[in-house]
Ligand binder design. Structure first.
Ligand code: NAP
Length: 308
């Protein structure tokens, strides 16, 4: 088996590449920048993308492919000779101002439409053209509730990232390529429980949101490849109270079934409506706070006048 990886230098991607290498599985990793021989390879917290890339490139079985996931030709080169692709890329977080005022057009390569949707289409097309790539594992997130607090917040502050992740999922469900969609909990928090805590549900079902680690989700993505029954499935992965879950994903993956539920065809308009509602609420709160602040300043001014 040979596995392609996108989002190589990301917090999730780097865990997956290290795991694949340690298991002796050759990888072909997409990298946006050329390896710079002058940087010191590092994987420690705070290392730059260039340092992480240099470190990963030195691992056994790792080949770097220069390119961008929003570029169709890069995706074709990446998938050449690979049996599966782990699509672990995600858009960089824009500044709140840039996102709130929609300063980045949807066609921009950095916009979440390009990274979470167009890129997924590129990978599907590349897999269809390749004679070897039979599986796409894509990490998205909970996003089937366009009017939920977190969907609204992330859509408002992240160029509609939730919305375009869902639309990207739908591209996979409509394609002939076998997919596994992984919707993880919140990655990168410190309060992750340990022990028998792993929980997994299929068919797009829901679990209460919890903190999970990047390495847990990397393990899940890599392990999916060993389970043919995870083809065409949508999984939600969370952590639960110690003792109520499992210690490894193996028993959970063995029970996964392919999607049978009818997923909404598109949720884009609902996601956009949710984000507009959120912006309106935010604007009203700012207006009320501004009015209060103005009244307070006026009050203080009048008080001072009476005292002088
Ligand atoms: N963090 C969470 O709690 C959470 C929860 C649910 C789902 N997710 C999803 O999980 C995925 C990975 O998360 P993460 O924490 O690893 O994100 P991350 O650390 O921000 O990594 C993102 C990766 O995507 C790469 N990338 C971005 N645009 C690209 C492009 N146009 N072409 C090629 N590569 C590109 C980045 O490359 P550079 O290094 O070159 O910038 C980086 O390697 C994302 O899709 C995210 O939305 C995250």
């Amino acid at each position: 088996m040979r596995v392609a990886v996108t989002g190589t230098t990301g917090r999730l991607g780097r865990e997956a590449v290290q795991l694949l290498s340690s298991r002796g599985i050759p990888t072909q990793c997409l990298l946006r920048h050329r390896i710079d021989s002058s940087v010191t390879p590092s994987i420690s917290k705070g290392a730059s993308s260039a340092q992480v890339a240099s470190y990963l490139a030195s691992l056994p079985g790792v080949t770097m492919v220069e390119g961008d996931v929003t570029d169709a030709t890069s995706c074709k080169s990446l998938l050449q000779g690979c049996d599966a692709v782990l699509a672990l890329h995600g858009p960089a977080r824009p500044s709140p101002l840039q996102s709130l005022f929609r300063l980045l057009p949807e066609s921009d390569p950095k916009h979440s439409r390009s990274v979470n949707y167009v890129a997924v289409q590129n990978l599907i097309n590349a897999a269809k053209e390749s004679t070897t790539c039979k599986r796409i594992v894509r990490v998205t997130g909970k996003g089937e509730d366009p009017f939920g607090f977190f969907s609204i917040l992330i859509n408002m502050l992240g160029h509609m990232a939730k919305a375009w992740n869902y639309e990207g999922e739908q591209l996979l469900r409509d394609s002939v390529i076998d997919y596994t969609i992984v919707r993880p909990g919140v990655m990168g928090r410190a309060d992750v429980p340990s022990g028998k805590v792993l929980a997994l549900v299929d068919n797009g079902r829901d679990l209460p949101v919890s903190a999970v680690t990047h390495s847990q989700i990397a393990d899940l993505c890599v392990s999916c490849l060993d389970y043919p029954n995870t083809a065409r499935s949508t999984l939600t992965a969370m952590n639960v109270e110690d003792g109520t879950g499992e210690e490894t994903y193996a028993p959970l993956l063995a029970k996964v079934n392919a999607d049978s539920k009818v997923f909404p065809k598109t949720l884009l308009e609902d996601h956009k409506r949710g984000a507009r509602m959120g912006s309106a609420v935010l604007a009203s709160v700012v207006a009320v706070l501004f009015t209060f602040a103005l009244a307070a300043v006026k009050g203080v001014g009048s008080f001072l006048k009476t005292q002088l």
